[in-house]
Ligand binder design. Structure first.
Ligand code: 6GU
Length: 227
């Protein structure tokens, strides 16, 4: 079973999403083991301090290196990690290919920083993959960690049931945007479902979905200046 460890200063922000819907089901069915580590458990001073002021000044607090080093060194003594993922706005923009690659390995460690950031020595010492999920700034790496975990876990064989994974069956290599979906009613406030979907012509419907996927993927590449 694949194992994903996550280190966070605010583990509560991970717990509920990891115990909901498909991620919850995947964990219950032993498709993936996800272990959340509370950074504060690795602070050993009297007040369990995990943050401090940045050298050189500036606003905000930084997460101290020692609790990270302590936690990560314990984990590294227990197993080898295929990737140590370090969410940072300066990292490589995450995409489906990276998700596919990560989904094939045994052990992943995600170091989720918070507040202003993490003492850079943690990144220098342990990070193998620095990842951003887009050109905007979040308050911390937890939402990034959840995005990465979700994108990986849904690719693990047996995680999605047939009707969930069938949604992607028509996608060709390189096409990532699907045709639009509709359910009843066939007409709503004057808006009609494309007639082909009501026709019962299985082959023509399949061709229509492939064509829509192609058009929408090209449009997506264009609006994101990807070619
Ligand atoms: Cl990895 N971190 C933060 N704080 N914000 C982000 C991000 C990461 N990726 C996109 N925005």
């Amino acid at each position: 079973m694949m194992r994903i460890d996550v280190i966070s200063a605010v583990p509560d922000s991970l717990i509920s999403p990891l115990n909901t819907s498909i991620l919850k089901r995947a964990r219950e069915r032993n498709k993936v083991e996800i272990v959340v580590h509370n950074l504060r458990d690795y602070a050993h001073d009297k007040h369990k301090l995990i943050d401090d002021k940045p050298f050189g000044g500036g606003p905000g607090m930084l997460l101290k290196p020692e609790p990270f080093f302590e936690c990560i060194e314990i984990l590294l003594n227990e197993r080898k990690y295929d990737h140590v993922i370090f969410p940072t706005p300066g990292g490589k923009i995450y995409d489906q290919k990276m998700a596919n690659d990560f989904s094939l390995v045994e052990n992943l460690l995600i170091i989720a920083g918070h507040y202003k950031g993490v003492d850079d020595r943690v990144r220098q010492k342990f990070a193998t993959d620095e990842i951003s999920i887009g050109g905007y700034v979040l308050t911390g790496g937890e939402i990034v960690a959840l995005a990465i975990i979700d994108s990986i876990v849904r690719l693990i064989p047996g995680v999605l049931n047939d009707s969930e994974s069938a949604l992607n069956d028509s996608l060709m290599d390189g096409e990532i945007i699907e045709a639009p979906y509709y359910t009843r009613p066939a007409e709503y406030k004057g808006m009609e479902v494309p007639e082909i979907l009501l026709s019962g012509h299985e082959k023509k419907i399949k061709e229509w979905k492939e064509e829509q996927s192609k058009i929408l993927t090209e449009h997506w590449k264009k609006i994101n200046s990807m070619e």
